[in-house]
Design a binder for this molecule. Structure first.
Ligand SMILES: [Zn+2]
Length: 371
């Protein structure tokens, strides 16, 4: 049977309230060395002049614009919802939430690794987390086969007590906790294919055997510097954290291999009831973190969808994490959604090898006469 885009319905959640998070990088952090350091990091990111803070509203605008310009059969759009304090409190401590809400309406730096907030940031962050919850509800209520949340700020670097790496609330963790609490399921799998290690998500569930965390990422000392092979979980959660730290030039073949040969057997052992994906698109080669292509993202989606079908009655929810080149981010998301909507996943290959084989054939005849 041939897979056709539109065979499956996918709910895409996009809510303009996530645009109201607009930190200003020009804001002074701390006088002296620290401010210089922040500015150095920001300068090194080679940003477009229009946005001074790398995690900016133009990212999700680009994704939404491409979906409007090139609609995908089977994809329907919906607005999100704001997470409640109670829902956030399932993964974040009360003291952390209070410290954040004390800054509501203000412009401030939260962390030396470039996490800042603006007047509208908490509204945006509540909607980012709440939309992940809405996506979980949609798949359990069978409103759609699967769901994808186009939101920001991202979440996977935030742990129970701290904002880091552009992240305020850990959206995917809030969604996992909601699924267990509200839908009464036992086992949730979180896959994190963002180029950066999802240190916050790992922290939150390290000692929790009911949440398996699988993460492919560029190895330390790349940001955030965690995610070693030996980090396998703690206490009762030992064995349900699976890290695959990769060299910087790892591409489609390596990462698809990690999914087929590490994730697939782990999932067979774990037998999840829901799959959540921290869908960062910064492993694409244009982001200069790892060396994936659009086909690679398509192939990974095919594997994840297959696992969701086999173990979870199809229940699959993805939420955007990183991806700082808006064009690449939009195209990656589009390719992922095509597969979620029933399209055939791409087959990955080492670029150029098939072409060289053809050209070798062409040139062979040219030199055959010379023998
Ligand atoms: Zn990232």
């Amino acid at each position: 049977m041939h897979a056709v885009i539109g065979d499956r319905d996918v709910l895409v959640i996009y809510d303009e309230r996530v645009l109201s998070h607009r930190p200003e990088a020009a804001e002074e952090f701390l006088p002296g060395r620290m401010n210089k350091r922040i500015r150095g990091i920001l300068d090194g990111l080679g940003l477009e002049a229009k946005w001074s803070y790398p995690e900016h509203p133009g990212r999700v605008l680009a994704v939404n614009e491409l979906l409007q310009a090139e609609p995908i059969a089977g994809v329907k759009m919906a607005k999100g919802q704001a997470a409640t304090r109670e829902q956030l409190n399932r993964v974040h401590t009360s003291s952390y939430l209070e410290s954040l809400y004390d800054l509501e309406g203000k412009q401030a730096w939260l962390d030396v690794d470039t996490t800042a907030i603006s007047a509208g940031s908490l509204d945006a962050a509540e909607v980012a987390a709440g939309s992940a919850i809405a996506a979980v509800d949609a798949v359990f209520e069978k409103k759609a086969k699967s769901a994808f949340v186009i939101s920001r700020p991202p979440g996977h670097h935030a742990n129970a007590v701290r904002a880091r790496g552009f992240c305020l609330f850990n959206n995917i963790a809030v969604a996992a906790a909601h699924a267990q609490f509200h839908w009464d399921i036992e086992r949730v799998l979180i896959i994190d294919w963002d180029a950066h290690h999802g240190n916050g998500t790992q922290d939150i569930f390290a000692a929790d055997p009911s949440v398996m965390f699988f993460d492919t990422h560029r190895a330390a000392p790349f940001y955030p510097g965690t995610g070693d092979l030996e980090e396998i979980g703690e206490g009762l959660g030992e064995g349900t954290t699976v890290n695959v730290p990769l060299p910087e030039d790892a591409g489609d073949l390596a990462i698809v291999n990690a999914f087929e040969n590490i994730l697939v057997p782990a999932v067979e052992w774990f037998d999840p009831e829901l799959i959540l994906v921290s869908a960062g698109m910064d492993a694409h080669r244009t982001e200069l973190c790892l060396n994936m292509s659009y086909d690679g993202y398509s192939a990974l989606t095919g594997i994840v969808q297959r696992l969701a079908d086999k173990y979870c009655d199809g229940r699959l929810v993805m939420a955007l994490e990183g991806g700082y080149n808006p064009d690449t981010l939009a195209r990656c998301t589009h390719r992922v959604l095509e597969v979620m909507a029933g399209g055939e996943p791409a087959t990955v290959r080492e670029p150029g090898v098939a072409e060289v084989a053809e050209m070798a054939e062409f040139h062979r005849s040219a030199f055959a006469d010379m023998e």
